[in-house]
Design a binder for this molecule. Sequence first.
Ligand code: SRM
Ligand code: SF4
Length: 577
Amino acid sequence: MSDTQSHGDISRPLDELHPNERGKADSHYLRGTIAEGLAAPITGAISEEDNKLTKFHGIYMQDDRDLRDERRRQKLEPAYQFMIRVRLPAGVCTTDQWLRLDELARTYANRTLRITTRQTFQFHGVLKGNLKPTIQGLHRTLLDTLAACGDDNRGVVASANPHQSALHSQMHDLARRVSAHLLPRTRAYHEIWLDEQQVASSEAADEEPIYGRTYLPRKFKIGFAAPPTNDIDVYSQDLGFIAIADDAGELAGFNVCVGGGMGRTDNEPKTYPRLADVIGFCQPEQVVDVAEKVVTLQRDYGNRVDRSQARMKYTIDRLGLDWFKDELERRLGHTLEPAHDGEAFTHNGDRYGWVQGVGGHWHYTLFIENGRVRDRDGLPLMTALRELARVHRGEYRLTCNQNLIIANVPEKERAAVDALLKAHGLHNTTRHTPLRLHSMACVALPTCGLAMAESERYLPSLVSKLEAVMADAGLADNAITIRMSGCPNGCSRPYIAEIGFTGRGPGKYNVYLGGGFHGQRLNRLFLNNVGETEILEALEPILHQYARERRQGESFGDFVIRAGHVTAVTSGKDFNA
Ligand code: SRM
Ligand code: SF4
């Protein structure tokens, strides 16, 4: 392991740390007994210890929660199945890759693809015996799932940013480089899933120069944003890079921000969401080194005893931002320039419909409600995207708002793409209200083991009811960001939404108000543990008041604070006040 050993938890004996630390250390660099578990025919499950390790391979064991009670009554084991998350830096895939993903989803998964809030795909409902064929199918199209989950650097995201093609391609390139640089170096993935032979001295060969044998204390997330669009919610990242353009519109470098994160637990005031702080500026060629050094800092000083305190946001609040910056600069061997002035963020949503990029090519941003790609009666989305992928031999880009961009369409192909969109009823801007276009829900039931309430399957109907209220108030053409998570972990980043919901129990939610329209401010708890009737009764008069009393250009999140419905949250530590 490179760099100086610290006085942080990394240097403490394993028996003083959280049991997961020993699990990682003893796993022989993420191998554990995964291969043996896959071969065991009598259960659809793998062991709990291996389940922790497969996360580093992008794979989660789950069970179908809709079937839990019935299976229990029948004295059967839960309906075990797996979720597989693809590593897709900056959310870009070719349409050839899409066709392969589509085929794998229909062959081995539940015939859907799920676009995530970190611009990649998940397969759900994969049975144990189908894990290997799915990973091998992905490998054949040059995709992998390594480090898509686990205590490591996860998928690196970047603004999808269709209107700034030059900046996008530079950020895409950097996202790929950072992602590749921070990948675990173990060959475990190749051996287990791709049948690579284990070399005799693999322990030595598998040395992890960046992570060491206990990897990171917790998950780690990096994102690149290009103002004016904050479509990745850069302040929610552990490490964020905000692009600064020079006078000619070329990339000058990045303002660096650290310490974002959403996860929290109800009734645990020591847990809180936090927005990242800007600590300086770096040149594009310094990005990979900055990322590595921030990761090693968190590796050494992150809390390895209490996983609820292990994210880097808590490391920074415990040791201080000034200390963090000094230690980072010491490891870099140079100081960071002061943050540069740059273009301001104006929103954190997507720009729907056609936009022309710098090189003249066209991009169409398609609304995919809550990221679920599937065929439904009257809306054959999966079929449509397959047919489009056969016509458009270019790229699909995913957004962190769970949408899809048909990217880089040459002028002469645009009519054909348009015709296909129309034929399948997919022209979003005419089909959906701005409220729906700014809504987002996490997966939750039936696959997520942590869900306390519905999210993806419920938000569309709640939005319909809110749309009626909005129309009645004369707000039908207004955008308000609205995000729902089935539990307080915050996978849809609900704590930055203007209206946020987090699940408390079946049909019950906490309601948060006052997030910033461009992702710059956390929201505040407004209602605790309420059902739909109370939600609608409480929001209706506020939406009407907003329609009557808002100032020119005032967002709903700003209004609810000015009108005194909630007080502004000024920092993560203030969230639970
Ligand atoms: Fe998440 C755990 C789904 C983005 C914070 N998240 C989970 C698991 C794996 C549940 C589990 O641990 O058993 C969920 C799987 C559900 C399923 O059935 O698919 C899950 N998270 C998702 C996705 C698919 C939500 C979506 O609807 O798109 C997103 C996948 C992103 C990706 O492609 O990598 C997803 N999760 C996020 C985000 C948003 C982001 O990163 O921009 C967050 C908040 C940001 C952050 O990390 O702070 C997030 N997920 C969590 C947490 C809380 C972490 C914490 O610090 O407390 C958990 C639980 C945990 O880690 O203990 C979690
Ligand atoms: Fe599951 Fe909670 Fe994340 Fe939703 S927010 S996907 S319920 S962990």
